[in-house]
Design a protein around this ligand. Structure first.
Ligand code: ZN
Length: 141
């Protein structure tokens, strides 16, 4: 199996079985954003306990890349401190801009499957929508 095929499989798995999909009943903050280029919509909600993200969920509709990316992001942010989460998001956004490489950041796990999206310029906004929304949410809270 080629690496590209493995990435495709991970991506489709997150799209078809999204992790942390839905809303949190006792969320402390949430934010809705959309990507007009593709029509993707996303709402990220979080339950913050002190300095920690104890719960994060997303509710979205859109293309496979936007949903899979949101699913991967929620998995990565769950349980992290706000500062660690912000740093992780910034690193992810730098990678998608081509300034950093997934190869140097093994902490990304499944999100590495978005590597191929970097080549599809029109789809980068699909992949970064949920991460940008979470970033905004964390900077506001
Ligand atoms: Zn999209």
């Amino acid at each position: 199996m080629s690496l590209e095929h493995i990435y495709q499989t991970i991506l489709m798995d997150h799209y078809q079985n999204p992790r942390n999909a839905g809303t949190i009943s006792n969320a402390t903050c949430s934010l809705h954003e959309h990507n007009p280029l593709c029509g993707d919509e996303i709402t990220i909600s979080m339950k913050l306990e002190g300095d920690r993200i104890s719960k994060v969920a997303f509710d979205g509709k859109g293309c496979a890349i936007s949903i899979a990316s949101a699913s991967m992001m929620t998995e990565q942010l769950q349980g992290k401190s706000v500062n660690d989460a912000k740093q992780l998001i910034d690193t992810f956004l730098s990678i998608m801009r081509g300034e950093k490489e997934f190869a140097d950041h093994p902490e990304f796990e499944d999100a590495m499957a978005l590597e191929g999206v970097k080549k599809l310029h029109a789809r980068i906004k699909c992949a970064t929508l949920s991460w940008n929304t979470a970033k905004k949410l964390l900077s506001e809270s």
